[in-house]
Design a protein. Structure first.
Length: 376
Protein backbone atom coordinates (compact mmCIF):
# COMPACT_ATOMS: atom_id res chain seq x y z
CA UNK A 1 0.00 0.00 0.00
CA UNK A 2 1.48 3.36 -0.98
CA UNK A 3 1.57 6.37 1.37
CA UNK A 4 -1.44 8.07 -0.29
CA UNK A 5 -3.66 5.03 0.19
CA UNK A 6 -2.46 4.61 3.76
CA UNK A 7 -3.36 8.20 4.61
CA UNK A 8 -6.80 7.76 3.00
CA UNK A 9 -7.55 4.66 5.09
CA UNK A 10 -6.38 6.46 8.25
CA UNK A 11 -8.61 9.47 7.52
CA UNK A 12 -11.66 7.24 7.02
CA UNK A 13 -10.89 5.47 10.31
CA UNK A 14 -10.73 8.83 12.13
CA UNK A 15 -14.09 9.89 10.64
CA UNK A 16 -15.79 6.66 11.72
CA UNK A 17 -14.27 6.85 15.18
CA UNK A 18 -15.48 10.43 15.67
CA UNK A 19 -19.05 9.46 14.83
CA UNK A 20 -19.40 7.37 17.97
CA UNK A 21 -20.04 8.89 21.38
CA UNK A 22 -20.69 6.41 24.15
CA UNK A 23 -23.40 4.00 22.98
CA UNK A 24 -24.96 6.29 20.39
CA UNK A 25 -23.72 8.01 17.30
CA UNK A 26 -22.57 11.58 17.75
CA UNK A 27 -24.75 12.69 14.82
CA UNK A 28 -27.83 11.35 16.59
CA UNK A 29 -26.79 13.21 19.73
CA UNK A 30 -26.34 16.48 17.83
CA UNK A 31 -29.69 16.06 16.09
CA UNK A 32 -31.40 15.66 19.44
CA UNK A 33 -29.89 18.85 20.88
CA UNK A 34 -31.44 22.24 20.21
CA UNK A 35 -29.43 24.57 18.01
CA UNK A 36 -27.70 27.48 19.73
CA UNK A 37 -28.97 30.66 18.10
CA UNK A 38 -26.87 33.83 18.36
CA UNK A 39 -29.48 36.35 19.49
CA UNK A 40 -27.37 39.49 19.27
CA UNK A 41 -24.08 41.03 18.27
CA UNK A 42 -22.06 41.09 21.49
CA UNK A 43 -18.66 39.43 21.34
CA UNK A 44 -18.84 35.82 22.45
CA UNK A 45 -15.45 36.27 24.11
CA UNK A 46 -16.45 39.25 26.25
CA UNK A 47 -16.64 39.22 30.05
CA UNK A 48 -19.89 40.67 31.43
CA UNK A 49 -20.04 41.26 35.18
CA UNK A 50 -22.77 43.90 35.68
CA UNK A 51 -26.19 44.68 34.17
CA UNK A 52 -29.00 47.15 34.72
CA UNK A 53 -32.40 47.83 33.15
CA UNK A 54 -33.16 51.52 32.92
CA UNK A 55 -35.73 53.52 30.92
CA UNK A 56 -36.55 50.64 28.58
CA UNK A 57 -32.95 49.65 27.88
CA UNK A 58 -30.52 47.03 29.09
CA UNK A 59 -26.98 48.08 30.01
CA UNK A 60 -24.14 45.58 30.31
CA UNK A 61 -20.63 46.29 31.56
CA UNK A 62 -17.48 44.25 31.77
CA UNK A 63 -14.05 44.02 30.23
CA UNK A 64 -13.86 47.81 29.93
CA UNK A 65 -16.92 48.31 27.70
CA UNK A 66 -20.51 49.43 28.29
CA UNK A 67 -23.16 48.10 25.92
CA UNK A 68 -26.86 48.87 25.67
CA UNK A 69 -29.96 47.87 23.71
CA UNK A 70 -33.70 48.40 23.84
CA UNK A 71 -35.40 45.67 25.86
CA UNK A 72 -37.45 44.48 22.88
CA UNK A 73 -34.56 44.20 20.41
CA UNK A 74 -31.43 42.08 20.02
CA UNK A 75 -28.85 44.51 18.63
CA UNK A 76 -26.36 45.98 21.12
CA UNK A 77 -24.56 49.33 20.79
CA UNK A 78 -21.65 50.70 22.80
CA UNK A 79 -21.99 53.85 24.89
CA UNK A 80 -19.77 56.70 23.78
CA UNK A 81 -21.20 59.71 25.63
CA UNK A 82 -18.69 59.21 28.46
CA UNK A 83 -15.63 58.53 26.35
CA UNK A 84 -14.39 62.14 26.17
CA UNK A 85 -10.74 62.38 25.20
CA UNK A 86 -9.42 59.88 27.72
CA UNK A 87 -9.27 56.12 27.58
CA UNK A 88 -12.14 55.28 29.90
CA UNK A 89 -12.93 51.72 30.82
CA UNK A 90 -16.30 50.76 32.23
CA UNK A 91 -15.96 48.66 35.37
CA UNK A 92 -19.59 48.41 36.53
CA UNK A 93 -23.13 49.67 35.89
CA UNK A 94 -26.14 49.92 38.21
CA UNK A 95 -29.33 51.88 38.68
CA UNK A 96 -31.77 53.38 41.13
CA UNK A 97 -35.40 54.24 40.39
CA UNK A 98 -34.37 57.58 38.85
CA UNK A 99 -30.76 57.34 37.66
CA UNK A 100 -28.22 55.15 35.92
CA UNK A 101 -24.71 54.86 37.40
CA UNK A 102 -21.38 53.71 36.04
CA UNK A 103 -18.02 53.05 37.67
CA UNK A 104 -15.27 53.92 35.20
CA UNK A 105 -11.50 53.82 35.16
CA UNK A 106 -9.75 56.85 33.68
CA UNK A 107 -7.02 55.34 31.54
CA UNK A 108 -4.86 58.46 31.55
CA UNK A 109 -4.75 58.72 35.34
CA UNK A 110 -5.72 55.13 36.30
CA UNK A 111 -8.27 56.65 38.70
CA UNK A 112 -11.78 55.29 39.24
CA UNK A 113 -14.80 57.59 39.21
CA UNK A 114 -18.57 57.22 39.60
CA UNK A 115 -20.92 59.01 37.19
CA UNK A 116 -24.72 59.35 37.30
CA UNK A 117 -27.28 60.21 34.64
CA UNK A 118 -31.05 60.59 34.55
CA UNK A 119 -31.19 59.97 30.80
CA UNK A 120 -28.04 57.92 30.02
CA UNK A 121 -26.81 60.84 27.94
CA UNK A 122 -25.77 63.68 30.22
CA UNK A 123 -23.50 62.47 33.01
CA UNK A 124 -22.41 63.98 36.34
CA UNK A 125 -19.30 63.02 38.28
CA UNK A 126 -20.48 62.12 41.82
CA UNK A 127 -17.25 60.53 43.04
CA UNK A 128 -17.00 61.07 46.84
CA UNK A 129 -14.38 63.73 47.51
CA UNK A 130 -11.15 62.34 48.88
CA UNK A 131 -11.98 58.72 48.03
CA UNK A 132 -11.32 56.37 45.12
CA UNK A 133 -14.22 53.97 44.44
CA UNK A 134 -13.32 50.37 43.62
CA UNK A 135 -16.70 48.64 43.40
CA UNK A 136 -20.35 49.44 42.62
CA UNK A 137 -22.72 46.77 43.93
CA UNK A 138 -26.53 46.56 43.73
CA UNK A 139 -28.41 46.18 47.02
CA UNK A 140 -30.93 43.40 46.45
CA UNK A 141 -34.50 43.77 47.68
CA UNK A 142 -36.25 40.90 49.45
CA UNK A 143 -37.82 39.64 46.24
CA UNK A 144 -34.35 38.35 45.36
CA UNK A 145 -34.42 40.06 41.97
CA UNK A 146 -34.76 43.83 41.96
CA UNK A 147 -32.49 46.58 43.23
CA UNK A 148 -33.09 50.32 43.58
CA UNK A 149 -30.04 51.28 45.64
CA UNK A 150 -26.28 50.75 45.28
CA UNK A 151 -23.26 50.62 47.56
CA UNK A 152 -19.81 51.93 46.67
CA UNK A 153 -16.62 50.64 48.31
CA UNK A 154 -13.63 53.00 48.61
CA UNK A 155 -10.07 51.89 47.94
CA UNK A 156 -9.26 51.88 51.67
CA UNK A 157 -11.74 48.95 51.93
CA UNK A 158 -13.23 50.57 55.02
CA UNK A 159 -15.45 53.38 53.81
CA UNK A 160 -18.69 52.65 51.98
CA UNK A 161 -21.31 54.93 50.45
CA UNK A 162 -25.03 54.44 49.85
CA UNK A 163 -26.44 55.59 46.49
CA UNK A 164 -30.17 56.39 46.43
CA UNK A 165 -32.06 58.37 43.83
CA UNK A 166 -29.48 60.43 42.00
CA UNK A 167 -26.99 61.11 44.79
CA UNK A 168 -24.33 59.45 46.90
CA UNK A 169 -24.48 59.60 50.69
CA UNK A 170 -21.84 60.32 53.29
CA UNK A 171 -19.03 57.89 54.08
CA UNK A 172 -19.75 55.11 56.59
CA UNK A 173 -16.61 53.60 58.13
CA UNK A 174 -16.80 49.84 58.53
CA UNK A 175 -13.77 50.06 60.82
CA UNK A 176 -12.87 46.39 60.40
CA UNK A 177 -12.60 46.41 56.64
CA UNK A 178 -10.41 43.35 56.33
CA UNK A 179 -8.79 44.59 53.13
CA UNK A 180 -11.58 43.40 50.86
CA UNK A 181 -14.20 45.17 48.80
CA UNK A 182 -17.93 44.59 49.24
CA UNK A 183 -19.05 41.81 46.89
CA UNK A 184 -22.77 41.61 47.74
CA UNK A 185 -25.45 43.63 49.53
CA UNK A 186 -29.05 43.04 50.59
CA UNK A 187 -31.63 44.83 52.66
CA UNK A 188 -34.61 43.98 54.83
CA UNK A 189 -36.70 47.03 55.63
CA UNK A 190 -34.24 49.65 56.86
CA UNK A 191 -31.56 47.08 57.74
CA UNK A 192 -28.70 46.81 55.27
CA UNK A 193 -26.28 43.88 55.06
CA UNK A 194 -22.94 44.02 53.24
CA UNK A 195 -20.57 41.12 52.56
CA UNK A 196 -16.87 40.99 51.90
CA UNK A 197 -14.50 38.03 51.85
CA UNK A 198 -14.46 37.53 55.60
CA UNK A 199 -17.35 39.46 57.19
CA UNK A 200 -21.06 40.25 57.11
CA UNK A 201 -21.84 43.82 58.17
CA UNK A 202 -25.19 44.95 59.57
CA UNK A 203 -25.98 48.65 59.04
CA UNK A 204 -29.36 49.78 60.43
CA UNK A 205 -30.47 52.74 58.31
CA UNK A 206 -27.05 52.52 56.67
CA UNK A 207 -25.59 54.24 59.70
CA UNK A 208 -24.13 52.40 62.69
CA UNK A 209 -22.08 49.27 61.92
CA UNK A 210 -22.07 45.83 63.54
CA UNK A 211 -20.32 42.65 62.41
CA UNK A 212 -22.55 39.58 62.33
CA UNK A 213 -21.15 36.71 64.40
CA UNK A 214 -20.68 33.74 62.03
CA UNK A 215 -18.89 31.42 64.47
CA UNK A 216 -21.72 28.88 64.04
CA UNK A 217 -20.19 27.93 60.69
CA UNK A 218 -16.58 29.00 61.24
CA UNK A 219 -15.43 25.52 60.18
CA UNK A 220 -16.23 26.52 56.60
CA UNK A 221 -13.55 29.21 56.69
CA UNK A 222 -14.37 32.44 54.94
CA UNK A 223 -14.44 33.15 51.22
CA UNK A 224 -17.86 34.83 51.42
CA UNK A 225 -19.20 35.98 48.05
CA UNK A 226 -22.97 36.41 47.74
CA UNK A 227 -25.88 37.28 50.04
CA UNK A 228 -29.61 37.30 49.44
CA UNK A 229 -32.66 37.71 51.72
CA UNK A 230 -35.95 36.24 50.50
CA UNK A 231 -39.42 37.08 51.81
CA UNK A 232 -42.84 36.19 50.43
CA UNK A 233 -41.61 33.03 48.69
CA UNK A 234 -41.54 29.33 49.58
CA UNK A 235 -37.75 29.71 49.95
CA UNK A 236 -37.77 32.49 52.55
CA UNK A 237 -34.58 32.98 54.51
CA UNK A 238 -31.06 34.33 54.27
CA UNK A 239 -28.52 32.68 51.96
CA UNK A 240 -24.76 33.21 52.00
CA UNK A 241 -22.50 31.76 49.31
CA UNK A 242 -18.81 30.93 49.69
CA UNK A 243 -16.07 30.25 47.19
CA UNK A 244 -15.19 27.12 49.14
CA UNK A 245 -18.04 24.90 48.06
CA UNK A 246 -20.79 25.66 50.56
CA UNK A 247 -23.95 27.76 50.87
CA UNK A 248 -25.25 28.72 54.31
CA UNK A 249 -28.97 29.18 54.92
CA UNK A 250 -30.36 30.97 57.96
CA UNK A 251 -33.18 33.24 59.10
CA UNK A 252 -33.63 36.99 59.09
CA UNK A 253 -33.82 36.85 62.90
CA UNK A 254 -30.23 35.57 62.94
CA UNK A 255 -28.70 38.51 61.18
CA UNK A 256 -30.95 41.14 62.76
CA UNK A 257 -29.59 40.01 66.14
CA UNK A 258 -26.04 40.04 64.72
CA UNK A 259 -25.51 36.40 65.67
CA UNK A 260 -26.09 33.81 62.96
CA UNK A 261 -27.08 30.77 65.03
CA UNK A 262 -29.45 28.82 62.75
CA UNK A 263 -27.01 27.63 60.09
CA UNK A 264 -28.00 24.99 57.56
CA UNK A 265 -25.09 24.07 55.30
CA UNK A 266 -26.07 23.34 51.69
CA UNK A 267 -23.61 21.64 49.35
CA UNK A 268 -23.95 20.18 45.87
CA UNK A 269 -24.48 16.44 45.64
CA UNK A 270 -21.91 16.22 42.84
CA UNK A 271 -18.82 18.34 42.28
CA UNK A 272 -16.81 19.00 39.14
CA UNK A 273 -14.06 16.38 39.38
CA UNK A 274 -12.30 16.80 42.70
CA UNK A 275 -12.46 20.57 42.68
CA UNK A 276 -14.33 22.84 45.03
CA UNK A 277 -17.29 24.70 43.58
CA UNK A 278 -16.63 28.41 44.01
CA UNK A 279 -20.11 29.89 44.42
CA UNK A 280 -20.80 33.55 43.67
CA UNK A 281 -23.98 35.70 43.39
CA UNK A 282 -27.65 34.73 43.78
CA UNK A 283 -30.81 35.33 41.74
CA UNK A 284 -34.30 34.18 42.69
CA UNK A 285 -36.22 32.41 39.90
CA UNK A 286 -39.91 32.29 40.78
CA UNK A 287 -41.53 30.69 37.75
CA UNK A 288 -44.54 28.67 38.88
CA UNK A 289 -43.72 24.98 39.09
CA UNK A 290 -39.96 25.46 38.95
CA UNK A 291 -39.24 27.91 41.76
CA UNK A 292 -35.54 27.89 42.65
CA UNK A 293 -32.63 30.03 43.71
CA UNK A 294 -29.84 30.36 41.17
CA UNK A 295 -26.24 30.82 42.26
CA UNK A 296 -23.38 31.72 39.94
CA UNK A 297 -19.81 30.48 40.12
CA UNK A 298 -16.37 32.03 39.99
CA UNK A 299 -12.75 30.86 39.97
CA UNK A 300 -11.19 30.15 43.37
CA UNK A 301 -9.12 27.50 45.11
CA UNK A 302 -8.47 25.53 41.93
CA UNK A 303 -12.15 25.37 40.94
CA UNK A 304 -13.19 24.65 37.39
CA UNK A 305 -15.93 26.27 35.36
CA UNK A 306 -19.24 25.11 36.78
CA UNK A 307 -21.97 27.09 35.04
CA UNK A 308 -24.53 28.00 37.67
CA UNK A 309 -26.10 26.07 40.49
CA UNK A 310 -29.74 25.74 41.41
CA UNK A 311 -31.11 25.45 44.94
CA UNK A 312 -34.52 23.78 45.13
CA UNK A 313 -37.28 24.62 47.57
CA UNK A 314 -36.12 21.57 49.54
CA UNK A 315 -32.59 22.94 49.85
CA UNK A 316 -30.99 20.60 47.31
CA UNK A 317 -28.07 22.14 45.41
CA UNK A 318 -27.41 20.86 41.89
CA UNK A 319 -25.36 21.95 38.90
CA UNK A 320 -28.28 21.27 36.57
CA UNK A 321 -30.42 23.98 34.97
CA UNK A 322 -33.63 24.75 36.86
CA UNK A 323 -36.71 22.74 35.90
CA UNK A 324 -38.26 23.98 32.69
CA UNK A 325 -35.04 24.81 30.86
CA UNK A 326 -33.77 22.79 27.93
CA UNK A 327 -31.01 20.59 29.38
CA UNK A 328 -29.62 19.62 25.99
CA UNK A 329 -29.43 23.26 24.97
CA UNK A 330 -27.74 24.17 28.24
CA UNK A 331 -25.13 21.44 27.80
CA UNK A 332 -24.44 22.01 24.12
CA UNK A 333 -24.00 25.73 24.76
CA UNK A 334 -21.17 24.78 27.17
CA UNK A 335 -22.66 27.09 29.79
CA UNK A 336 -22.22 24.26 32.25
CA UNK A 337 -18.43 24.68 31.97
CA UNK A 338 -18.23 28.50 32.20
CA UNK A 339 -17.91 30.69 35.25
CA UNK A 340 -20.89 33.01 35.72
CA UNK A 341 -20.13 36.16 37.73
CA UNK A 342 -23.46 37.77 36.70
CA UNK A 343 -27.05 36.60 37.21
CA UNK A 344 -29.70 39.11 36.17
CA UNK A 345 -33.39 39.19 35.27
CA UNK A 346 -34.96 41.88 33.12
CA UNK A 347 -38.64 42.56 32.50
CA UNK A 348 -41.56 41.61 34.72
CA UNK A 349 -40.95 38.83 37.25
CA UNK A 350 -41.08 35.95 37.09
CA UNK A 351 -41.43 35.51 33.33
CA UNK A 352 -38.88 38.06 32.22
CA UNK A 353 -35.61 37.44 30.43
CA UNK A 354 -32.86 35.82 32.47
CA UNK A 355 -29.22 36.65 31.76
CA UNK A 356 -25.94 34.91 32.59
CA UNK A 357 -22.77 36.96 32.30
CA UNK A 358 -19.71 34.78 31.84
CA UNK A 359 -15.96 35.17 32.13
CA UNK A 360 -14.60 35.43 28.56
CA UNK A 361 -17.60 33.68 26.95
CA UNK A 362 -20.02 36.55 26.48
CA UNK A 363 -23.52 37.31 27.75
CA UNK A 364 -26.27 34.68 27.46
CA UNK A 365 -30.04 34.95 27.85
CA UNK A 366 -32.80 32.47 28.57
CA UNK A 367 -36.40 33.06 27.59
CA UNK A 368 -38.82 31.12 29.84
CA UNK A 369 -41.26 30.82 26.93
CA UNK A 370 -38.81 29.32 24.42
CA UNK A 371 -36.83 27.51 27.13
CA UNK A 372 -33.49 27.84 25.39
CA UNK A 373 -30.21 29.69 25.88
CA UNK A 374 -28.83 32.15 23.35
CA UNK A 375 -25.59 34.16 23.28
CA UNK A 376 -26.08 37.91 23.02
Amino acid sequence: MNLRNLLTVFAVWLLLASCTSGTEGIFASIEREQKIVDAGNLSNTSTITHMAEFNGRYYAAGGGALFHRATGTSSWDSTSSLNGTGNRKYVAVGKTTTHLFVLVNEGATATNKVFSSSDASTWTDITPAGFIPVSLVPIRNRDGITSDQLVVTASDFRNVFLISGGSVGSAVDLVTGGGNEITAAAKSGTDYYLVNESRIYHLPNFGSVSVVDTSAFSSLGHGYRGLIILSGTSMDGVYLSTNRGSIVKGTVADIVDNTWTTATILEPAARVGNDTVAFDQFLYQGISGSESLWVGTTFANGSEGYGYGSISTGGVVTKNPPAGTNSNNYTSSKLNSYTTPLLFMGGAAPNGTYFLGTAAHGLWSWDPVNKSWSPQ
